[in-house]
Design a protein around this ligand. Structure first.
Ligand SMILES: Cc1cc2nc3c(=O)[nH]c(=O)nc-3n(C[C@H](O)[C@H](O)[C@H](O)COP(=O)(O)OP(=O)(O)OC[C@H]3O[C@@H](n4cnc5c(N)ncnc54)[C@H](O)[C@@H]3O)c2cc1C
Length: 429
């Protein structure tokens, strides 16, 4: 991670350097000269950061294994205000600067951009798409949109960046007459596009064709919870750890267009793979009605919530409701010496899907299972944490809803459990 951060920082430094070295003092003194310089600087820095954001969500396996999907998305969200504001500043500053140079109004200058500047029509369309998609990502707007619609719109960013490329090379002072910087910039773009095409689209397609997964059985497990057992080819060659998840796309009417994350609820047992799903909305509820033979496309495996994250010999688990799926498959990867204590909070005893399997695994590992039923008020978090007296000396794995994980993490902080020993999987991205 440190290496990647240093590399990213060097790249940003080099990009800013490009804008500075392309400028002369006489250009700065001309009308609109300062705005022109700042416009070029913000454009280059904003585009560089936007490329980094694309790389963060491009599912590069080595990066994903370290930071996990949720960690990468957190960085992506944290960084996003920077490229958005820099690119908007670039558009405003350069329109003003060009208008100053041409001694004309801003609207006339926009017309001139479209009619007389190479690649500018495409860039303006790309900018409009960029601003529209960025607006849908503001938390308050995003919360009100259907997740699938938001996601489909978000893919528009790829189109926006592609439309902007030609005007950068054709008009950017760092590139016009500078074949070397043009080549390096183009290579950075091409490499980013290659990574996206390979990992986001190519690999899932190849993997899905190779394993040819199809629904074998849908098995009820508890109130509103079903296991879906899939049958596939060559599953022993699938490199996967207990605790990981896939993005699943079930190719049936009404479901094929959306992929949702669900953890494996058991390690693959070739030719079978299993997920266990609680009905909370339209996708998860529809899975109970899947027909045998339905083909399945998967993206993954993803997630750093695995036995590789362990720092200690012994382990403890705090699990909320259906969060048991990832914990259940992770338990399969633990050695006997881990003696796991599993604290599992469910709303009612009937919600404890897969309880027998979990109990068998925990017993085999010489651990303990506490299934605690009751509402959040009836079972306060400090009571759950007290069930593991030697907590500070164990790895602590936490999985479940956002609210459950957040409340366990704050209780662990109060109990002074070192953060490097705490690993979590939140069931919402
Ligand atoms: C890493 C991970 C592992 C998960 N493992 C399991 C599991 O093993 N079993 C299980 O039952 N559930 C699991 N979930 C939760 C599951 O993804 C959601 O319950 C499901 O996607 C809800 O979709 P819906 O259309 O039924 O409900 P909706 O009403 O659309 O959504 C309910 C909530 O689920 C979340 N959600 C919806 N769509 C997505 C999506 N495409 N990506 C991420 N989050 C979404 C949102 O927080 C939303 O508020 C997991 C989630 C994540 C992130």
């Amino acid at each position: 991670v440190e290496g990647a951060l240093v590399l990213a920082g060097l790249g940003l430094g080099a990009t800013v350097g490009l804008a500075i070295t392309a400028e002369t003092s006489s250009q700065l003194r001309e009308p609109g000269g300062v705005a022109m310089f700042l416009g070029n600087l913000t454009g280059l820095a904003g585009t560089y950061l936007a490329l980094l954001m694309v790389l963060l969500v491009s599912r590069i396996p080595a990066v994903e294994r370290v930071l996990g999907q949720d960690g990468l998305l957190r960085w992506h969200r944290r960084l996003s205000p920077w490229p958005i504001s820099l690119i908007i500043a670039h558009a405003v500053l350069l329109t003003y600067a060009y208008a100053e140079v041409a001694k004309t109004g801003v609207l006339r200058q926009l017309g001139a951009f479209v009619s007389s500047y190479a690649g500018m029509l495409a860039a303006i369309i790309g900018f409009a798409i960029f601003v529209a998609v960025a607006a849908t990502s503001v938390y308050s707007v995003r919360r009100r949109m259907r997740r699938e619609r938001w996601w489909a719109m978000h893919l528009g960013m790829y189109l926006a960046f592609s439309l902007a490329f030609v005007h950068e090379i054709a008009l950017g002072p760092s590139f016009v007459g500078h074949p070397l910087t043009t080549a390096v910039w183009s290579a950075a773009w091409a490499a980013t596009a290659g990574v996206v095409i390979t990992y986001r689209f190519g690999l899932p397609i190849i993997r899905s064709l190779r394993h040819a997964l199809a629904v074998e059985e849908v098995r009820p497990e508890a109130d509103g919870v079903v296991s879906i057992i899939l049958r596939g080819r060559k599953l022993d060659s699938l490199r996967v750890s207990g605790g990981q998840f896939f993005e699943w796309r079930f190719l049936s009417r009404g479901l094929w267009w959306q992929a949702h994350p669900y953890s494996m609820s058991a390690r693959p047992k070739p030719p079978y793979l299993r997920l266990t799903v609680k009905a909370v909305g339209d996708h998860s509820a529809a899975l109970a009605r899947l027909n045998k033979g339905t083909r399945v496309v998967v993206e993954g495996p993803y997630g750093a919530f695995t036995a590789h994250a362990r720092q200690r010999a012994k382990a403890a688990f705090f699990v909320g409701g259906i969060g048991i799926t990832s914990a259940r498959s992770l338990l399969e990867d633990l050695p006997r010496s881990s003696e796991p204590v599993v604290v599992w909070r469910v709303s009612a005893q009937t919600d404890a899907a897969l309880e027998d399997e979990v109990r068998t695994l925990v017993t085999r590992l010489k651990g303990q299972l506490h299934v605690v039923a009751g509402s959040r008020r009836e079972v306060p978090m400090h009571r759950l944490v007290r069930l593991v007296p030697d907590l500070k000396h164990r790895d602590v794995f936490v999985s479940g809803s956002e609210a459950f994980v957040a409340s366990v993490l704050s209780q662990l902080a109060v109990s002074r459990v070192p953060s490097e020993a705490v690993h979590h999987e939140v069931y919402a991205l």
